[in-house]
Design a protein around this ligand. Structure first.
Ligand code: ADP
Length: 354
């Protein structure tokens, strides 16, 4: 953890005992020392990622309220804060916070630790067990029944072939499902903003389209890359490609043959938007707010036919939220759908990387 001294307030810094500075520097958690007038004397550099500071001021109301209580009572108070991971979307961080009075003049020490990681790992474990028991039982049951059917039909080669090919399909389904559950668990247990890299939107789109080329050609669907406004976002390139790829695959899977799927990207204020539009079957309004749930399918039979697992969109949603972004959908039955992935841009006005 790097430690930052604020040069403008160096006189205050000098008033702080060396031993406090060294202690703060050795802590695993992030720290802030605040004096009245809400001026920051010290801040550990990792604190910026929490989004509670802007222009060297605390902008989180809950934290300010806690500080006021501490100043009034002259006692340490602990609590938790929920802060947004990015400017949009419902992605949250859960911070554990403690505020301690350092003197009678209102100087306070704020310690912050990110609890999201521990919570997420817990959730991953719980979800994984639930998913496995729920979703894997069906294909495993089917495999059991089919193997019995083969044994029963061992003298009828045609029947054996029929059952064996169904077994093959079920086994493939099972493999796909297991892979997606593993992908989703990995996503839930990683924070792409912690080992963040600059990723170019245009690169993500090209790669995702390349990966969908084979299945779209097979179904006679043209994927068209339309207007592309490039932008740089911070995050995990592979995860972003997976998210866009899932949107493109869905657009292909839920469209009739000989239609078009198009992708455009644009900058909208602080957001980079990637939109995937199809001329497919569309989604009824009542289903729109459920399709991002794990294993939710509007038409399970159709989803099964195209090799769907019901996890694709929940993976997209996870990637979006983990990156401090979101995913939106517009759809009309019989007309088509547009899914838009929104991600915070990591550039300044001139388009240069920060
Ligand atoms: P699946 O593996 O079943 O495709 P997803 O999580 O990717 O699962 O999508 C959930 C459901 O949302 C799908 O089963 C389908 O009913 C609906 N859906 C997703 N994308 C589209 C689309 N582009 N057009 C129409 N329906 C869609």
């Amino acid at each position: 953890m790097r430690f930052r001294r604020k040069s403008s307030e160096i006189s205050f810094v000098d008033e702080l005992p060396d031993i406090l500075i060294k202690t703060l520097m050795s802590l695993e958690v992030e720290s802030l020392v605040l004096i009245p007038g809400e001026r920051i004397l010290f801040q550990s550099s990792g604190i910026n990622v929490f989004g509670i500071l802007k222009d060297e001021r605390i902008i989180n109301e809950d934290l300010m309220a806690l500080i006021r209580v501490v100043r009034r009572t002259h006692e340490t108070h602990r609590g938790s804060l929920e802060v947004a991971r990015g400017p949009i979307g419902s992605g949250k961080r859960e911070l554990k916070v403690s505020v301690t009075p350092l003197n009678d003049e209102g100087m306070v020490l704020i310690l912050l630790a990110d609890e999201s990681e521990a919570r997420r790992i817990d959730a991953v474990r719980r979800d994984f067990v639930a998913n496995v028991s729920h979703e894997l039982k069906t294909p495993i049951g089917a495999l059991g029944l089919l193997s019995e059917a083969i044994l029963g039909a061992k003298d009828e080669p045609q029947e054996v072939i029929r059952f064996a090919s169904r077994m093959h399909n079920e086994a493939k389904r099972l493999a796909d499902l297991v892979q997606e559950i593993i992908d989703l668990s990995r996503l839930q247990s990683s924070d792409p903003l912690q080992k963040a890299f600059s990723v170019e939107i245009i690169d993500v789109v090209r790669e995702a389209v390349d990966q969908a080329q084979f299945s779209s050609e097979q179904r006679g669907i043209t994927i068209e890359i339309g207007d592309i406004e490039n932008a740089i976002v911070i995050g995990d390139r592979e995860q972003l490609i997976t998210a866009v790829h899932n949107l493109v695959e869905n657009a292909v899977n839920y469209s009739p043959e000989n239609t078009k799927v198009s992708i455009v990207t644009r900058r909208n204020g602080d957001l980079a938007e990637i939109s995937v539009t199809d001329q497919g079957i569309g989604i009824a309004e009542g289903d729109l707010n459920r399709i991002f749930e794990r294993f939710y399918r509007v038409d399970p039979a159709r989803s099964r036919m195209t090799g769907g697992t019901g996890l694709g969109l929940s993976i997209v949603k996870h990637v979006a939220l983990n990156h401090g972004g979101d995913v939106k959908v517009w759809s009309k039955i019989g007309v088509g759908s547009t899914f838009t992935l929104q991600l915070p841009i990591a550039e300044d006005e001139e388009g240069k990387s920060e």
